[in-house]
Design a protein around this ligand. Structure first.
Ligand code: N01
Length: 545
């Protein structure tokens, strides 16, 4: 291990990750006069999108709201081309922001942090990179992105496979040539759903190993027009305020069209059948995940959710004519939205292609991988390229797969072994001067993640400014505050249907991970109230030194 070229320099703030959260934190804190240094594992910014370079990768939150709102410069100078931005355009956006706001000079690219230890004697954080360099900072902000630690499927013998094997979140550039190839895909979540129709058009043969059937919504993507931008200029602040006032779920509540906006927020239990049908049909036609934001009781009431779930199940037949195929593709018997719904184009239709075979691995799980393929029910499916669209150790994985240790010297992995505890999803009592953007116990992944990131960045920056004004160098949250918030996160989840389904929201996709809701399900409005109350009270849940 060697010290960095900055030798004994102690930065005010070190940031792990230079995606949406990290870039904004760097900009805000530098503007506040702090000496900030950020680390990014990728060769450039882009966050999750830098790594998820698979064919068809595209955001399922509308681009006009999947972007920063903190900067008038960005608002004025950037223009999205499509309703749902493709991966490349999002990367270009973040790369442009990094240049336009002159952030690059304080970012170390190609620099993965592998350890972060708190030095109690000197009250500072010491970060080690994979190259062995050491950096020191008074405060440490973790912003690795909630969905940044890919995991392979739990398939025996996967290492024995001798063909090309690629996880969607580690896609090579350039990617493989699929022409004349037999391709296997494990996973039909958001990544698999987007990739399958594109790769199916290029390969010789595709086997889709499909376990649970997810809810699938048509994106109805299209270019953004001058009229859209005129509408946006008029409604931008109203829409942003609505994202903040989301009571439960509000990822991309942008609705170009007055009629649909008027139906926002109804309770399904108060609606007549005709009204329910009208709202569902309008949102279905509008496309995207709008149905997820349509009703106030969607996640609070099992009966209400069941009406929506059953309505969407009934739609599969509108995509594929073959009734038997439609039945095979029908979403499973779990509440809509409790596993993140997928949004895309051409997914169901891909199964009508003669070169695509649906291999059902729900009733009969994958037995094993061999050198040449995948065995299901005693049949070996021969494969040249195996695509793992098998997801992520979400929200906590980025911190538990590196060595993070606070004042007690116990690793975060040990501390979270029996479940995560945080204060506001941002701080931990054993980790002084440590702050998470998009951490467990925050509503991040159930809201518009960019908007929530921005709120958290500002809250953390306000805390650091308050400390500086008062001459404090160390902030440590009280254990009681952490326990209270953790109980509040559990209570909020207990009031709805969130924990009924095995999904990454509850860590069910990672062997050995404690089953627990990873996000605060009370909505961004309640979350912001809790954070604002803490700030207005002078950060009274913290002890300072
Ligand atoms: O991962 P997932 P993802 N045998 O965890 C299957 C964001 N995102 O990468 O459901 C067979 O959703 C697993 O099956 P099952 C977004 O938040 C956004 O697709 O467990 N199958 C499932 O089908 C998203 O939710 C965008 O039965 C196995 C799949 O692998 C999150 O990232 C795009 C298996 C994993 O689905 C993760 O999405 C991409 C096995 N042994 C990602 N193991 C957009 O904005 C796993 N599976 C569009």
């Amino acid at each position: 291990m060697r010290d960095s070229t900055t030798a004994d320099k102690v930065h005010d703030v070190l940031i792990m990750g230079a995606g949406f959260g990290g870039l904004h934190a760097l900009h805000r804190l530098r503007g506040d006069g702090f000496d900030v240094l950020a680390f990014e594992a990728g060769a450039d910014t882009g966050g999750a999108w830098y790594w998820n370079n698979y064919p068809g990768a595209r955001c399922d939150v509308e681009s006009l709201v999947y972007c920063y709102s903190f900067s008038p410069i960005i608002d004025a100078e950037w223009r999205w081309t499509e309703r749902y931005a493709a991966r490349d355009e999002i990367c270009r956006y973040l790369q442009w922001v990094a240049t336009r706001l002159d952030l690059r000079r304080d970012i170390r690219f190609n620099t993965r942090i592998v350890a972060a230890h708190y030095d109690t004697a000197r009250s500072l954080w010491q970060l080690r990179t994979e190259h062995g360099d050491i950096f020191r900072g008074r405060h440490f902000i973790s912003s690795p992105g909630p969905i940044s630690t890919p995991i392979p499927p739990n398939v025996p013998g996967l290492d024995a496979f001798t063909g090309e094997m690629i996880h969607t979140a580690r896609w090579p550039n350039p990617g493989p040539d699929f022409a004349g190839k037999r391709v296997g895909v494990i996973g039909t979540g958001s990544s698999g759903t987007q990739l399958i129709p594109i790769v199916a058009e290029q390969c010789e043969q595709m086997f889709v190993f499909m376990r649970n059937r997810n809810y699938y919504l048509p994106a109805r993507n299209r270019p953004l027009t001058n009229e859209d931008y005129a509408w946006w200029a008029e409604h931008r602040e109203e829409i942003r305020a609505k994202l903040d006032s989301s009571e439960v779920f509000g990822s991309g509540d942008l609705m170009l069209g007055q009629e649909i906006r008027d139906t926002q927020g109804a309770k399904i239990s108060d609606l007549s059948t005709a009204e329910f049908e009208r709202i569902m049909a309008a949102r279905w036609e509008h496309g995207g995940a709008q149905i997820g934001y349509a009703f106030r009781d969607l996640f609070a009431s099992a009966e209400s959710n069941a009406r929506v779930s059953s309505w969407i199940r009934g739609k599969v037949g509108t995509f594929v004519a073959d009734r038997n195929l439609a039945r095979q593709l029908e979403p499973g018997d779990y509440p809509f939205g409790t596993k993140r719904a997928t949004v895309g184009s051409g997914f169901y239709e891909a199964f009508e292609r003669p070169n695509v075979a649906l291999v059902d691995v729900l009733a009969s799980p994958i037995e094993r991988a061999t050198a040449k393929g995948i065995v299901v029910d005693g049949t070996e499916h021969l494969i040249d390229i195996l695509i793992l669209a098998s997801g992520f150790d979400a929200v906590t994985g980025a911190l538990t797969t590196i060595d993070v240790r606070g004042a007690s010297g116990r690793s975060l992995k040990e501390q979270w072994h029996d479940g995560t505890e945080t204060y506001l999803g941002i701080c931990l009592d054993d980790l002084p001067n440590f702050y998470m953007i998009g951490g467990p116990g925050s509503p991040s992944v159930l809201t518009n993640v960019v908007r929530t990131n921005e709120f958290q960045v500002n809250w953390i920056a306000d805390l650091l400014c308050t400390m500086r004004d008062k001459g404090h160098t160390v902030a440590k949250v009280a254990p009681a505050a952490q326990q209270d918030w953790t109980a509040r996160v559990a209570a909020a989840a207990g009031r709805g249907v969130w924990t009924e389904t095995n999904s990454w929201y509850v860590g069910a996709n990672v062997p050995g991970k404690k089953p627990q809701i990873l996000a605060y399900t009370g909505g961004l409005m309640r979350y912001q109230s809790a954070c604002n109350a803490e700030r207005s009270a002078g950060f009274q849940s913290f002890s300072f030194a």
